[in-house]
Design a protein around this ligand. Sequence first.
Ligand SMILES: Cc1ncc(C[n+]2csc(CCOP(=O)(O)OP(=O)(O)O)c2C)c(N)n1
Ligand SMILES: [Mg+2]
Length: 733
Amino acid sequence: MGPALSSARAPETAAAPGGLAPQQLIEIYRLMYLSRCVDDREILLKRQQKIFFQISGAGHEALQVGAALALRPGYDWFFPYYRDRALCLALGVTPTEMFLQAVGAATDPASGGRQMPTHWSSRALHIVSTSSSTTTQVLHAVGCAEAGRYFSHHPEAAAKAQGDYRAFHDVEFHGDEVAFTSLGEGSTSQGEFWEALATASNKKLPVIFCVEDNGYAISVPVEVNTPGGNISKLVANFPNFYFAEIDGTDPEVCLRTFQAAAEHCRAGHGPAFVHGHVIRPYSHSLSDDDKLYRSAAEREADAMRDPLTRMQMRLLREGILSADEITALEHAADREAAEAAERALEAPLPEVSGIRKHVYSEDLDPTSAAFASEDVQAAGAGPGKSASAKGSAPRTMADLINACLHDEMRRDPRIVVYGEDVADASREAVLSEVKGKGGVFKLTAGLQTEFGSERVFNSQLAEANIVGRAVGYATRGMKPVVEIQFFDYIWPAMHQIRNELALMRWRSNGAWAAPVVMRVPIGGYLTGGSIYHSQSGESIFTHTPGLRVVFPSNALDANGLLRTAIRCDDPVLFLEHKRLYRETYGRAPYPGPDFAIPFGKAKIVRPGQHITLVTYGAVVPRALQAAEKAQREHGIDVEVLDLRTLNPYDWEAIATSVRKTSRVIVAHEDMLSWGYGAEIAARVADELFDELDAPVRRVGAMDTFVAYQPVLEDAILPQPENILKAILDLRAY
Ligand SMILES: Cc1ncc(C[n+]2csc(CCOP(=O)(O)OP(=O)(O)O)c2C)c(N)n1
Ligand SMILES: [Mg+2]
């Protein structure tokens, strides 16, 4: 970026040139009042135990109605939070739809009874499904804005295509669209808030950040979360922003401010930050009682600023409505809320049989024959097909992953690749004189040079940022193929992975999805990799519904499985073992640009009769060594099964082999206790008990982290000798 641009700033109370028409003021009051009525009605229903949770937007109505009326539902994009009832009402969500959510009806359009009330989602209005997690949504808004800009620069990428995820993701975009996101002042403490501001600022993205400052995060007052008590003061130096700090209880000021913010964004000047001071008259939620931590005087002072009362007084004072007309408007709103609630209480409940629907894509099954081009391998190989893997000489896993990325990016203009150090060089000017970085392991080498800096770029050093933005990109129909530099550093992104990425489809009842690919170098056996460059931990992710987990052991599988990961419609954690990147083991000729391997299909890498050895990743070559020795020195014939994908996994292949051998070992590099093998072992014991002639045996790392000193590393991680010992023990039964 160049030098910081001076930021636009709105005055504390923006003057209203011209003023709003009486009809507009009445409509604003109606929306604000209706929002409060829906809250009040829900509170009643909760007290009657007809709904199960309630959180209100009371006190925030003016700010939210102002925002909604300045923006365009179904055109702009919205990433709100649980307080945003008036926002959503003004965008077009109906009271009936809100009550359907409160009762958890099958016809709840936001989630089909899966989410709490006020966890918004509407495809038609462009409200992207939100979670209960504070702050995660702001990164989605950033990715969404990036996607919008990408499509307006590359309209060809929006074209419908068959044969992959694109068939199920229609793209809409507008060159001057805006992404709106909101959060409470307490939520600005999360790192993701600062990460989002940084990206939006750097890239001058059209994102409006709205902080709804009611002074409390549940019971915690603002000064505990925000040094100095004012978030506007802290963010003031971010370049390219339009800033406004306003009285969020005055809807006209709010509307004017959001109009100016939207103008700034639509003109391409950068993001906007609107900080609205609001009140919270109803405690945090019905599970909270603010009398426990707020003084009576403070609560009374808040009540004096109630936006509803203030607006009502204004309408009367300015002679826009008489007292009778106000009463009539309010009665109509009360009636509308009551009737909507009645309708929702009669709505059908969700079927228990549908619980599993939308955990994964219902449209595109990555285990299906559509991805089974394994047999055509090498058919498409040859010069010119891939810049980085020409000819039929055996190539490393690193080469064939890089080749797949090149091939797929050529084929699919919706793919973007980003992460830490993945670009050849962020400063493009140097590319004429340097070779380029292309990833710390060089897996993305040459991609920026071939596809340009808008498709391949370095992210900030912030893993939640990488995954959170990817969720936003993907909800717009793009395919982010992101890299987390080391598995050991995936943890800052865990919140986004577990609570957002993997859940997007299920929690929105199939309305939204985030089919992102996360490529992650993993594992040890590095001689000096130590604690923070050797971790395993795949079972933590296979324990997350909605996420596919892939772990290839050789170059060809990596190529074919990565292609399936990219083309499929589910989020995929693609684990690449660092030790295998350039091993002699498992090299293969380039298999061509359409070579794909379906998920959930294990491979028998060594057929055998006596013992089944189920494994994956870097333990595959070690298991093969042990099996060869067992055969050579002890006459034991071990069948080695490489699972290749861990979720889904090939139960049929395991069962078939165990029925043949009656003995089974599960071996993996990760720690033994609560590791991936525990699940397989338990299922074998459960479903194949009658087939077994011996107990199920597991081999894994010691229950520690991996140490630096090679003597320790060797002892900690499972070696061929450990596997051989398990084979001999099991044969002795
Ligand atoms: C990541 C995360 N941590 C904790 C919570 C529990 N929680 C829900 S709301 C909330 C307070 C949020 O306060 P603020 O951001 O000021 O928004 P407000 O509710 O006041 O509008 C907390 C701690 C959560 N939902 N998500
Ligand atoms: Mg708050």
